[in-house]
Design a protein around this ligand. Structure first.
Ligand SMILES: Cc1ncc(COP(=O)(O)O)c(C=O)c1O
Length: 396
């Protein structure tokens, strides 16, 4: 059982705004900001390299914390600057070490995020491979049976968005992983866990994916420009990332190099250590709260929002799926205007537009959505206040 008053006391931003934009970038707990600022101060006081040397054990502990969060060995975790970079690092390694051929197939969910599909489109254009969208099941999530029937040995990449940012659903990524395993598929399996990590328990071992990408600033409540990828043993055994730098590999002689062991090969030498220590503090904070408890609380607040919103004339709740996440999306006449009016009243929500997810938005020609995404530190009263203001604004 979470102590909501304690969560709010830990979250300075709560006194300024009703923050229902946690799928955008959450309010950080004080410990996260303090950790970042303290390290920056140390860099100021003694020098950047020296501050890193002093903090090295704490930096190493960030990998351990993420490993605990995702159920993965610490040396399968690579720290990067965003979920997109995490995804790209995995995909670049696949494209470089196991190149696609004409006629190869890439299967994607209908809710894919733009930045994940764009490089697949580039690969398709360059290699003659194709991209196919896995149909939705009746509930709107990825149809696992349809996926099973699409699978053959030309399928080389499977890309699934775990918790899409624009439709409230949760895809059954473990079921997809089971199918790949049972069928002995050699496809590379990439899971975008950008919106699920920090919001609910996520277990890479159970999912069985090769690449899991996540960001720090959203439901994890970490600093901006932090992210990570978690890779499978097979990624480490079979692939070489491109390009390598002198952290990802050692230049051993004029014509040779050794690739770093573990997921360090997906990282860059230079890192924002203050931000990464902040990310570690955010992960530890989430682990201390308990991901089950966070997920339950977010689910309850999102349910409260959805059940009130459906009764407001001029508002359509667009979410679908048997298992709903804490991302509540609504159609209204002027979504951009509503987001901006809400912000001027101290209520943070966000706008989702088709350029973020062409396939999904194309289904019902939705021009844009207002996204309301509570976190565990929000209160029922905040959700009710936001809904009342939405009802008033939509009416006027
Ligand atoms: C589902 C999903 N995937 C990926 C991303 C990209 O994350 P980042 O901005 O950290 O690269 C987002 C960002 O909103 C997202 O919602």
């Amino acid at each position: 059982m979470l102590d909501i008053e304690a969560l709010r006391a830990d979250t300075p931003g709560c006194v300024n705004v009703i923050h229902l934009n946690n799928a955008g970038s959450a309010l950080a707990p004080r410990i996260v900001t303090d950790t970042v600022v303290e390290h920056l101060r140390r860099e100021e006081e003694i020098g950047g390299y020296e501050a890193y040397a002093e903090a090295k054990d704490r930096v190493d502990a960030v990998y351990e914390s993420i490993g605990r969060l995702i159920n993965a060995p610490a040396d399968h975790v690579a720290l990067v600057e965003s979920a997109t970079v995490a995804w790209d690092r995995g995909l670049q390694a696949i494209a470089f070490s196991d190149p696609l051929q004409p006629g190869d197939r890439m299967l994607v969910s209908g809710s894919e995020y733009a930045s994940n599909v764009l490089p697949l489109l580039q690969l398709a254009k360059r290699t003659g491979a194709t991209i196919e969208v896995i149909p939705d099941a009746a509930d709107g999530a990825v149809d696992v049976d349809a996926f099973t029937s699409m699978l053959d040995d030309r399928v080389r990449i499977v890309s699934i968005n775990h918790a899409p940012s624009q439709n409230g659903l949760l895809n059954d990524v473990a079921a997809i992983g089971d199918v790949l395993r049972l069928r002995g598929s050699s496809a590379w399996y990439l899971v975008d866990a950008c919106q699920s990590v920090g919001q609910l328990p996520v277990d890479r071992e159970r999912i069985g994916c090769d690449v899991l990408s996540a960001t720090g600033r959203k439901f994890l409540r970490g600093p901006r420009a932090t992210g990570f990828l978690v890779v499978s043993q097979r990624m480490l055994d079979e692939l070489e990332p491109f390009p390598l730098d002198l952290h990802a590999a050692t230049w051993t002689a004029i014509d040779s190099y050794d690739v770093a062991s573990g997921a360090a090969r997906f990282e860059s030498w230079e890192k924002p250590y203050a931000a990464l220590l902040g990310l570690g503090a955010a992960v530890d904070y989430a682990l201390a709260c308990g991901l089950e408890s966070i997920s339950e609380r977010i689910g309850a607040l999102a349910h409260r929002a959805r059940t009130s919103l459906v009764d407001i004339p001029g508002v359509t709740v667009r979410d679908r799926g048997s298992t709903l996440t804490g991302i509540v999306t609504i159609r209204v006449g002027d979504p951009a205007g509503l987001v901006s009016e809400l912000r001027s009243r101290g209520i943070n929500t966000s706008l989702s537009t088709p350029d973020y997810s062409q396939i999904d938005f194309g289904r019902d020609h939705t021009p844009g959505l207002v996204r309301i995404s509570p976190h565990a530190y929000n209160t029922e009263d905040e959700v009710d206040q936001a809904i009342d203001v939405i009802a008033e604004l939509v009416r006027s």
